[in-house]
Ligand binder design. Structure first.
Ligand code: SF4
Length: 296
């Protein structure tokens, strides 16, 4: 581990990592990410990414948007995905996030907390409870995985309510993440649309309930990140096929799958001799849109 620079070593499956299931419960395995559409609750995409959800949102959302072939998209995610940089990347890619806001990490020491300071976007300053303006020198500091700016005022020195604000001998300073705006806009959307956010559970929980509790898909048969992802894709595709049987009816699904298979074989250059058959006379895009999340 010292030589490799890794913090974990898995001798059974080198790609597997410790994944926190609940507090104090850890499994060695994979954290499977999945995107589902809100209309039919079909799986759209999946990844076996990092061990937590913190940096998973943007990659998954951008991939889902491309797979669905849509220009704009809304996402619904729980607070594990609420990271400023991820929300900002979604916004840049015409994806509107509704991700459960995290409670502000304000100081809980009885002193003025962040909510008592008003941010002025135009000036890039804060106004404190005493009415003074906190300025930044514009420097962006790296704080762990976050990038932040600092805001201070010289008024702290002679402030009458300093004892209510800070114990720091240099006065109060505010730390603002460079993606704070994306976090605030996301929080506003969620708070203004509580019923919309509540749809999240209807969109994604049911599939995992079925896969884990009914089908027992809590362990994989194969090892290695790529192989596990393939097994996940196969399992999700089977789930999608069963869902499509309910949505489209068996006969219509059978027809669409025939057409989809023909596109697939056509694209990989097999069965070229069959191209003249009427069975293949279909437009690829229209079929793919009808069954967007079947991945072959
Ligand atoms: S201590 Fe500084 S930041 Fe706090 S209220 Fe007084 S002037 Fe404002």
């Amino acid at each position: 581990m010292t030589e490799s620079g890794q913090s974990q070593l898995s001798r059974v499956d080198p790609d597997a990592r410790a994944v926190v299931l609940h507090r104090n419960i850890v499994n060695v395995g994979y954290n499977v990410q999945a995107g589902c559409d809100s209309k039919h609750k079909l799986f759209v995409n999946a990844q076996t990414g990092a061990v937590n959800d913190t940096h998973a949102l943007a990659d998954m959302a951008i991939e889902a948007k491309e797979l669905l072939g849509v220009k704009e998209m809304k996402t619904l995610t729980d607070k594990g995905y609420t990271t400023g940089a991820e929300l900002a990347r979604c916004t840049e890619n015409d994806i509107t996030t509704y991700s459960s806001p995290k409670a502000h990490s304000s100081q809980k020491n009885g002193l003025y907390d962040m909510q008592d300071f008003t941010y002025n976007e135009k000036e890039d300053t804060y106004t404190c409870p005493a009415g003074s303006t906190l300025h930044t020198n514009g420097t962006v500091y790296q704080k762990g995985k976050h990038r932040v700016k600092h805001y201070k005022t010289k008024a702290c020195k002679g402030c009458a309510v300093r004892h209510l604000c800070t114990k720091n001998k240099n006065g109060r300073f505010i730390e603002r993440g460079i993606h704070q705006k994306a976090l605030e806009e996301n929080a506003k959307r969620v708070n203004e649309n509580p019923d919309y956010y509540r749809k999240r559970q209807q969109v994604t929980e049911h599939q995992f309930g079925t896969l884990k509790r009914q089908w027992g898909f809590t362990h994989t048969l194969v090892k290695g990140k790529e192989n596990v992802l393939a097994e996940v894709h196969l399992t999700f595709s089977v789930y999608n096929l069963l869902r499509c049987m309910q949505i489209l009816g068996t006969e219509k699904l059978r027809m669409l799958l025939k057409e989809l298979a023909s596109i697939f074989f056509d694209q990989i250059g097999l069965f070229e001799s069959r191209i003249s058959h009427s069975f293949f006379l279909i437009r690829p895009k229209s079929i793919l849109k009808k069954v967007p999340s079947v991945r072959l």
